[in-house]
Design a protein around this ligand. Structure first.
Ligand code: SAH
Length: 214
């Protein structure tokens, strides 16, 4: 795996594109400048790694668009040491961004091939999430709850109740909600044990958060 000055230059441009689209958090932009996104993609797509686009990875899944990764990460609004649960590990790129920002990361993936591949890969890169788990994201990770933040990286037809339950008071759930082609980026903040506040942030496109294991 090579990371050349040409790759690095392309990443600086990518960070600028993402910043021009409205991302202001410098630590998020730094993570984009630092992480070799081309390593997270099949080599046949390597040339596309530094366009602001989603791309196919293994098992019919996609690596999220850099702007979307940055937008969701900024919305999560966490500080170093916070515990963050990610639903949909996929390529591990978002996981790496969260690790880079100093979160204690927990992540779930339902596709076994991807789960194994990404687990080995992140380990090889030196990223150390607290836990990567193979399973159903609809259930969250009750054994490690509550979380300061939960980020869902696939389009959910509805907001899974277990995820709300696993938020700390003050914690945030960032989830694209909607079936079909587009989802509405939604932020739920747990204001009090039984009080949740919802804000919406426009349309995004995600692969679906699937409900069974087959
Ligand atoms: N965060 C990833 C995005 C991958 S796309 C990245 O940065 O590359 C969404 C991922 O969610 C896919 O890998 C898909 O297999 C996974 N997924 C879909 N339904 C799921 C479920 N119910 N539980 C856990 N993961 C799921």
């Amino acid at each position: 795996m090579k990371d050349t000055t040409r790759h690095q230059g392309k990443r600086r441009l990518l960070a600028k594109i993402v910043a021009d689209k409205g991302i202001t958090d410098e630590s998020v932009l730094d993570a984009i400048r630092k992480i070799p996104r081309h390593w997270f993609m099949d080599s046949s797509f390597e040339d596309h790694a530094y366009q602001d686009k989603a791309f196919p990875i293994a098992a019919d899944q996609t690596i999220s668009q850099p702007y979307t990764v940055a937008f969701q990460t900024e919305l999560l609004g966490f500080k170093k040491g916070d515990s963050i649960l990610e639903i949909g590990t996929g390529s591990g790129y978002q996981t790496a961004v969260l690790c880079e920002l100093g979160a204690r990361v927990y992540s779930i993936e339902r596709q076994q091939t991807l789960f194994k591949k990404t687990k080995n890969f992140l380990n090889k890169l030196g990223y150390r999430p607290k836990r990567l788990s193979f399973g159903d994201g609809y259930l969250g990770m009750p054994e490690y709850a509550p979380f300061d933040g939960i980020i869902v990286t696939a389009g959910a037809p509805f907001i899974p109740k277990p995820l709300l339950k696993q938020l700390k008071v003050g914690g945030r759930l960032i989830i694209p909600v909607g079936e079909g082609g587009t989802q509405i980026m939604t932020k739920i903040t747990r204001k009090e044990v039984r009080k949740f506040e919802k804000k919406e942030y426009g349309d995004f496109r995600f692969v679906p958060l699937l409900e069974d294991k087959n």
